[in-house]
Design a protein around this ligand. Structure first.
Ligand code: KG4
Ligand code: ZN
Length: 320
């Protein structure tokens, strides 16, 4: 089994995955509540919490799988991109476990990890496919040609799609992280109540900052009571604009590439309107959309591991 460890942001996660891609355990301890009162992730607070949680989370994953460290043949860990202080906790833990047992270690790119959430059983997808990766930190359109071979077709010029959800949620007076909350409220709202702009940037890129500003203008003069009355319509219209922008780009790219299979991964892939708007797409399973370690272990299956002790000098990286 492969032990996966993920600590790039505010989820402390450990998972056990077989070399065939079966999930034996997938434990995610979210720190979201801890950061909610600050309206976003506080890096230093996240690092400290990872430090407290990482060992119990690894232990829990082993218990859930009915396994011990003797069953672990390889350790896969997120090396970046993410918060460096947070990443270092996972990386140091992975090194310590691998070193103490003379195991190989695979450093995994977090974004590759999201894509690899599609390679897990029971419904593993095989490349090639066109992949939309939409998370809190990234919005990428990827031409995935092989397990170890993806090409970036487009990215966001400003905010990531998840960031647009989170910043929008803040303007609507909702908690952090806001994507799921907007998703929930939008179900009771009228998506045509507000005509929010969908940026048309050249090429395959995305832009969400104009949309966020439009929501700011729509909300800033509302009294608290007015905002309460309009919140569901604002949420529905705002979500509609984000989903439209994502879907339009994906469809255009798919047409250009000769209609490949479309796949969607990352936290925003959990969005119910986005899922409904791409009924023909391979969608990451809900529990594997937001950050987890099963996807990291999964990615580890397709990368050559570093033999003991060649990985001890590995460093984390903040951006790609
Ligand atoms: O992939 P992820 O867990 O972390 C990063 O790698 O960034 O994505 C987190 C993002 C957050 O911005 C969160 O608001 C968004 O995913 N998200 C959603 C939903 N669930 C999570 N956005 C829209 N609708 C959802 N249901
Ligand atoms: Zn992520």
């Amino acid at each position: 089994m492969i032990l996966g460890i993920e600590t790039s942001c505010d989820e402390t996660a450990a998972a056990l995955v077989t070399s065939g891609g079966e999930i034996r355990a997938n434990v995610v301890s979210s720190q979201a509540e801890l950061h909610a009162r600050f309206g976003g992730v506080v890096p230093e607070v996240a690092s400290r919490r990872h430090l407290e949680l990482v060992a119990p989370v690894v232990r829990e994953a082993l218990a859930e799988a009915g396994a011990t460290l003797d069953d672990v043949e390889q350790v896969a860990v997120t090396q970046g991109p993410g918060l460096v202080g947070a990443l270092l906790v996972g990386l140091a833990t992975a090194k310590a476990i691998a070193w103490s047992r003379r195991l190989p270690l695979v450093p995994v790119d977090h974004l590759r990890g999201h894509v690899a959430s599609l390679y897990l059983e029971p419904e593993a997808l095989e490349p090639p496919f066109l992949c939309l990766l939409a998370s809190g930190g990234h919005t990428l359109l990827l031409d995935v040609r092989g397990y170890d071979d993806e090409h970036v077709l487009g990215t966001t010029l400003d905010d990531a799609a998840g960031e647009a959800f989170d910043k929008g949620a803040r303007l609507l007076g909702l908690g952090y992280p806001g994507g799921r909350e907007i998703d929930r409220l939008a179900r009771d709202g009228d998506p045509a109540a507000y005509d929010f702009p969908v940026a048309r940037v050249p090429g395959r890129d995305f832009s969400f900052s104009g949309l966020k500003t439009a929501l700011l203008y729509a909300t800033r003069d509302l009294t608290a009571d007015e905002l309460d009355a309009r919140r569901v319509d604002l949420a529905a219209s705002y979500q509609r604009a984000i989903v439209r922008a994502l879907v339009a780009r994906v469809r255009e790219a798919a047409a250009d590439l000769g209609s490949p299979r479309i796949a969607v991964v990352g936290g925003v892939a959990a969005n119910s309107e986005l899922r409904a708007a791409l009924p023909d797409a391979a969608l990451a399973p809900l529990e594997l959309c937001t950050d987890n370690a099963a996807m990291i272990a999964s990615a580890g299956r397709f990368t050559t591991p570093l033999a003991y002790p060649g990985y001890l000098g590995l460093d984390a990286y903040a951006s790609r």
